[in-house]
Design a binder for this molecule. Structure first.
Ligand code: ADP
Length: 213
């Protein structure tokens, strides 16, 4: 049963690097909707337990209650027919099913806000984010401030040697970097092994990984 009469739904995508204010922007939109007495349901990925197992918490300690899920299709079961706004945070962690889920909700007349990291620690598009961007009616892109030079930062620099795509962390593991100062990790090649002998070591990625640009 369609409860939200006379309105079309739509998708808003907030896609940004870490520390750019993605969570602050999401929380601001949700608070305004709640003040206006809209029916809101908020979800985040279950693996994001940096500050709280369920709440969405910004790096500036703003917080809003949410429900953690790992299978994005579960959201379709959990969303009430009367809900007008559905928010999904940490979209990059979900499977590509999130594209069908967000389109289904928007087609049912709901305002859908999706927030996520667009680039991973290698600087390449993260999970379903590119397709989500294409499906969204509205896209908001914000940048952080490069921790090295103060220029606009579009990249999330991992500060540890971990090579998994998903390593959940905050300022202890990542920092914002601009295009010039972002140093993506690179795989070791035979030539690298030679340079290893010449003094560039795996434990010293500052010399091992060349800064782009
Ligand atoms: P995101 O969700 O994009 O990671 P948050 O909304 O959680 O970002 O946090 C944004 C806040 O992070 C900023 O308002 C600021 O207080 C803080 N912050 C920490 N490092 C930076 C940085 N390098 N550039 C901008 N803001 C930063």
């Amino acid at each position: 049963m369609q409860i939200v009469h006379g309105k079309t739904g739509w998708i808003e995508d907030i896609c940004c690097p870490m520390f750019s204010g993605k969570s602050e922007e999401l929380i601001k939109r949700l608070r305004r909707a709640q003040i206006a007495k809209r029916r809101v349901q908020i979800f985040k990925h279950g693996s994001d337990v940096r500050y709280d197992a369920t709440n969405i918490v910004s790096h500036s300690q703003q917080t809003i209650a949410s429900r953690a899920v790992t299978d994005v299709r579960r959201i379709l079961e959990l969303v009430d027919d009367r809900t007008e706004l559905v928010a999904i945070d940490e979209a990059q962690f979900f499977s590509n099913d999130i594209i069908d889920v967000t389109n289904t909700l928007a087609n049912r007349g709901k305002r859908v806000i999706v927030a996520g990291l667009e680039l991973d620690f290698m600087g390449v598009p993260f999970g379903p984010m590119p397709q989500l961007l294409c499906c969204a009616e509205y896209v908001t892109k914000q940048l952080a401030i490069c921790m090295t030079c103060g220029d606009p930062a579009n990249f999330s620099q991992r500060l540890t040697q971990a090579t998994e795509q998903v390593v959940v962390g905050a300022a202890d593991v990542y920092e914002a970097r601009c295009r010039l100062h972002f140093e993506p990790p690179c795989e070791e090649t035979p030539e690298d092994s030679d340079s290893h002998l010449a003094g560039s070591t795996k434990d010293n990625p500052g010399t091992h990984n060349q800064v782009r640009g």
